[in-house]
Design a protein around this ligand. Structure first.
Ligand SMILES: [Zn+2]
Length: 193
């Protein structure tokens, strides 16, 4: 296991870039949509995707987060928005039907969080580099080689499309601890204490 404690996954986002669209409610664990395998986007979905993408960005920036998968707003489609805000400037990426086509043997460990598990963070070990193939909104295919935070973000979001959450990469003990803590915090929030 390598040294961790780089950036927290969602903690360093500048929220001063409101996206001009209405945001959507983020689905939280244990919403079953988060555990479903999302279906590929087809040309029949073009209108849905066009309407959804601005709202996904709005939801992501408002949260704030650096990545969002469509199932997190209740839409079971293979669609992801990412913005790592390099130099604190918006750099939105839309990935339609992204897939990991290669992953390094070398791993890296980083602290991750998830908008669907608010307030919960844990170190996750994943391949350090990945190659991801996706289509953009203009229908152009791309291959991106990623390492560092982008590699983590891509793997985390593509996991969402398969119904996988970052806690699934932890030991059962750690996972249960985190899920119990989340449930307790949600309960306290609901009860107003
Ligand atoms: Zn997530």
């Amino acid at each position: 296991m390598q040294a961790s404690h780089c950036h927290a996954y969602f903690r360093h986002v500048d929220t001063s870039h409101p996206y001009p669209s209405e945001s959507l409610a983020i689905r939280l664990v244990p919403d079953p949509v988060l555990r479903r395998r999302a279906r590929p986007v087809t040309s029949d979905d073009a209108e849905t995707v066009r309407g959804l993408v601005p709202r996904m960005f709005a939801s992501m920036y408002a949260a704030p987060g650096i990545g969002l998968a469509a199932p997190q707003v209740g839409v079971s489609l293979r669609l992801v928005t990412i913005d790592l805000m390099p130099d604190n400037r918006p750099a939105p990426m839309v990935l339609v039907n992204p897939e990991i086509v290669a992953a390094s043997e070398a791993t890296a460990t980083r602290e991750e969080g998830c908008l669907s598990l608010p307030g919960q963070y844990a170190d996750v070990t994943r391949p350090a580099q990945v190659r991801v193939r996706y289509t953009d909104l203009d229908g152009v295919r791309h291959d991106v080689e990623a390492d560092g935070l982008l590699a983590v973000c891509l793997q985390h979001e593509i996991d969402h499309l398969d119904g996988v959450l970052f806690v699934d990469h932890l030991s059962p003990l750690k996972r249960n601890m985190l899920l119990r803590r989340l449930a307790k915090e949600q309960r306290q929030k609901r009860d107003g204490g």
